[in-house]
Write a protein of this length. Structure first.
Length: 310
């Protein structure tokens, strides 16, 4: 028997006379629903290019919504394709769609208006975007996968002659077939070469400490292999913290964590310290919500950033 994941998505369209009933399972949780008011909105309609995202200025009521979903049995592509079918069925024309590479990666994501955590999380290496419009409005969808689940953000703009009440907005339900996925495994070497950086996992820093447990670490072993394979390569280790304490204290702590990882690479794996820089950004670049213990643990991390590769 097939099981289904239902996601509720609200769209503006004068062509839809009645609302389609939402059917929301426990795995799809509405995180936020906010009206930004009736004003001009720069609607992204293309990929990052020459320092900017092409936009279309639309005037109307802007409504934001976000959901947290279980992506253990579905991909971001499956989610977006299902939403796209529903959007087209509602009379919208898709004018732009991309995955994170086609969109423009980091630059595109940080040029978008995105809800702040914990309502929305965007993995800069795994997200998809779609923009669509009709004569009465426009909608864009952002889907991303985090380590603790998936996230969907929907921005809708009603461009009618007068502001639209949220109570008058019809709903469209989208159905995504569940599909088994292979267990996730991280190839640190491939990530560094392809993406320019990789998260060093399983370091297990406690809040406020820079101490590493004794012994080996699979990710550090892969980094050492990478450095041996590419003898001219240089990296910088960037430390990150949760949000306990002041920024000044956390920046200093994150640097010490990066230094601890460098010391381990030198002492345990024989990597030359001259090829490894260190830096720290404190809590300024979280990977997960700092409102949960699991998220704070995930944010206490070190990333290896590639500086040079011949």
């Amino acid at each position: 028997m097939k099981s289904w994941l239902l996601i509720g998505v609200f769209l503006l369209s004068a062509s839809i006379a009645e609302a389609i009933a939402l059917e929301m399972p426990p795995s799809a949780e509405l995180q936020a629903s906010t009206s930004l008011g009736y004003h001009t909105y720069d609607f992204p309609v293309g990929a990052w290019n020459q320092g900017r995202i092409p936009v279309k200025a639309l005037r109307g009521e802007v409504v934001w919504q976000s959901w947290r979903i279980d992506l253990s049995t579905a991909t971001t592509l499956q989610v977006l394709e299902t939403l796209e079918k529903q959007i087209k069925a509602a009379g919208y024309r898709v004018i732009f769609a991309c995955d994170w590479r086609e969109c423009g990666g980091f630059d595109f994501r940080y040029a978008l208006r995105v809800m702040s955590a914990p309502s929305m999380y965007v993995n800069v290496r795994d997200y998809r975007y779609l923009a669509a419009e009709n004569d009465d409005g426009a909608v864009n969808v952002l889907v991303s996968r985090g380590r603790t689940g998936g996230y969907v953000q929907v921005t809708r703009i009603g461009t009618g002659s007068s502001p639209t009440s949220e109570n008058d907005v019809p709903a469209i339900s989208a159905v995504v077939a569940e599909k088994s996925l292979p267990p996730e495994s991280v190839d640190i070497i491939a990530e560094i070469v392809e993406f320019g950086y990789a998260v060093v996992s399983n370091l297990n820093f406690e809040t406020g400490t820079d101490e590493l447990a004794a012994g080996g670490n699979d990710d550090l072993a892969q980094i050492a292999t990478f450095m041996r394979r590419y003898p001219d390569a240089e990296i910088v280790l960037v430390g990150h913290t949760d949000f306990e304490g002041t920024l000044e204290i956390n920046v200093a702590l994150s640097k010490r964590r990066a230094e601890a990882v460098r010391d381990r690479l030198v002492s345990h794996y024989g990597v030359s310290g001259d090829r490894i820089g260190i830096n720290g950004v404190g809590y300024l670049s979280p990977e997960a919500s700092n409102l949960t213990e699991k998220g704070r643990e995930q944010n206490r991390r070190v990333e290896a950033v590639l500086l040079k590769l011949k």
